[in-house]
Design a protein around this ligand. Structure first.
Ligand SMILES: O=C(O)CCC(=O)C(=O)O
Length: 253
């Protein structure tokens, strides 16, 4: 088990877990440089996938841009926690680099769950776990994620109130932290992005994980190049996270 008892209690109780200093100063510097290179390429070539809007710049599938951004998928401190939460049949579902522009007029993501599959009673199963790596310092005004602690255990039919202003959701707390912080959460934890009221962009890398038998989100299937590299690496974790293996029964040992 990778999670300490304290981490497990926090994760099970709240539906999320904060990992302060998940990236060392050197890793943070290298990741920021890689993210900057990816962003520059994405801005220069408008055919590249992602959202370009006044509330969000989304560099879709950053793992395709740089080995540093790819390797965060199996980060030595964070991935074992993900594996502990999802299980040995863990696989990548999607990945993004989100840049929330300064002074957004509204949120880019209202309150929602990530997992809405029919036929599975999600509150009792961990279907997806998402990891956020903060590349910029995030405080309450920076457009970060807000969550409702414990909401991953609410029954499927529970309806949260509708709020115009994300911060008005009863019971919501904000995920703040310094660059280099990571947090992960169960995909059933109710969450949103608050407006960025600050004069600086919020920068965050997002890696979403599910089970090997699930489908990756369309548009996030690894390229032939990444698949060939994973095959060549012969690394079971890299291969499995990128979806190489039999649909049923594939799991890390
Ligand atoms: O940008 C955020 O903090 C929230 C993003 C989000 O809602 C999601 O990844 O599902």
């Amino acid at each position: 088990m990778a999670m300490t008892v304290a981490q497990r209690v926090s994760y099970e109780t709240n539906g999320f877990l904060v990992i302060p200093n998940a990236l060392s100063p050197e890793e943070l510097a290298a990741t920021r440089e890689a993210a900057n290179r990816a962003e520059a390429l994405w801005r220069a070539e408008p055919h590249r996938r992602g959202i370009r809007s006044e509330v969000l710049d989304q560099v879709q599938a950053p793992i395709e841009y740089d080995p540093q951004l790819l390797s965060l998928l199996w980060h030595p401190t964070v991935f074992p926690l993900v594996r502990d939460a999802v299980g040995d049949d863990v696989m990548m579902i999607d990945n993004d680099y989100f840049i929330t522009p300064p002074n957004t007029p509204r949120t880019h993501a209202g309150w929602h769950h990530d997992v809405g599959m029919r036929g599975v009673y999600h509150p009792k199963s961990t279907m997806m776990v998402k990891v956020f790596y903060l590349l910029s310092d995030v405080d309450a005004s920076s457009g970060g994620t807000a969550m409702i602690p414990g909401s991953h255990k609410f029954p499927m039919k529970w309806q949260f109130p509708e709020v115009e202003e994300p911060k008005d959701m009863p019971g919501a707390i904000q995920m703040t932290g310094q660059a280099g912080t990571a947090y992960l959460f169960n995909g059933r934890t109710y969450h949103c992005a608050v407006n960025n009221e600050s004069p600086t962009p919020r920068r965050v890398l997002i890696y979403n994980y599910g089970h090997f038998w699930m489908k990756m989100w369309t548009g996030y299937e690894p390229s032939e190049r990444l698949l060939a590299e994973a095959h060549a690496s012969n690394d079971p974790i890299q291969k499995q996270l990128l979806g190489i293996g039999d649909a049923y029964g594939t799991a890390l040992s």
